[in-house]
Design a protein around this ligand. Structure first.
Ligand code: MG
Length: 224
């Protein structure tokens, strides 16, 4: 019998990182008394992904008197305080596990910020395992990333399994290469690549969870 196993991406899949960052950039420029027009630059520096070295560049540009380590710590604390996971998605994670799914998070990024967000958003205690790329220098879309995430959940690739995420290359392309079925969180946009389409497209995480619950209900009926 196929195991029920699903990995979720974190940013812009379970939590809204984009909206959070705009609020943070406004707060950061005000706190450090930077001109309002610098908000866009600061935002662009952290838009894709932020690491301690990002704050080295920001510190140098604005000649901030604060150390890079302190700026990074403050960023982790601020972002963790700002992110949230919709209640219906949190409930959905519980429902999946109650229905027999192993549930994990597979995310690129630095360990401290990603773990802080997972705890603050209430996700950490609702999943079986988490793998952050910074823990072992294994980034999505590398298959090794998905294999390590599966291992954290006490399972392995090559046994069915699903990947849910918003990034066409890292989550969907990577998930597919790792042998996972894929659900793309499209945020109401259309699939941007010519090929490598996901198995399903949904508007948000809760819709992906509903689809998985339906799958497992059907799965139970056909295997018992
Ligand atoms: Mg993402």
């Amino acid at each position: 019998m196929q195991r029920l196993f699903v990995l979720f991406d974190l940013d812009n899949t379970l939590v809204d990182r984009r909206g959070t960052l705009a609020d943070w950039a406004a707060e950061f420029t005000a706190r450090h008394r930077l001109a309002d027009e610098e908000q866009a630059y600061v935002l662009s520096m952290v838009a894709e992904r932020a690491y301690p070295r990002t704050f080295d560049a920001i510190r140098i540009r604005y000649r901030l008197p604060t150390s890079t380590a302190e700026l990074w710590r403050a960023y982790c604390t601020d972002i963790a305080a700002l992110v949230s996971c919709p209640t219906e998605a949190l409930d959905g994670l519980d429902e999946l596990r109650a229905a027999g799914w192993r549930v994990g998070v597979a995310t690129n990024g630095a360990v401290d910020i990603q773990r802080a967000k997972l705890r603050a958003a209430g996700i950490a205690e609702r999943v079986d395992g988490v793998f952050v790329s910074g823990e072992a220098d294994a980034r999505k879309p590398q298959t090794r990333h998905f294999a390590l995430a599966a291992s954290r959940c006490g399972t392995e690739l090559g046994d069915g399994g699903w990947m849910v995420g918003d990034n066409p290359v890292n989550d969907i392309g990577g998930g597919r290469s790792a042998g996972l079925s894929t659900i793309w969180i499209g945020n109401d946009s259309s699939w941007p690549l010519a090929d490598a389409r996901p198995d399903h497209v949904v508007p948000h995480a809760r819709a992906a969870i509903d689809l998985l619950l339906l799958h497992s209900a059907g799965h139970t009926r056909t295997t018992t």
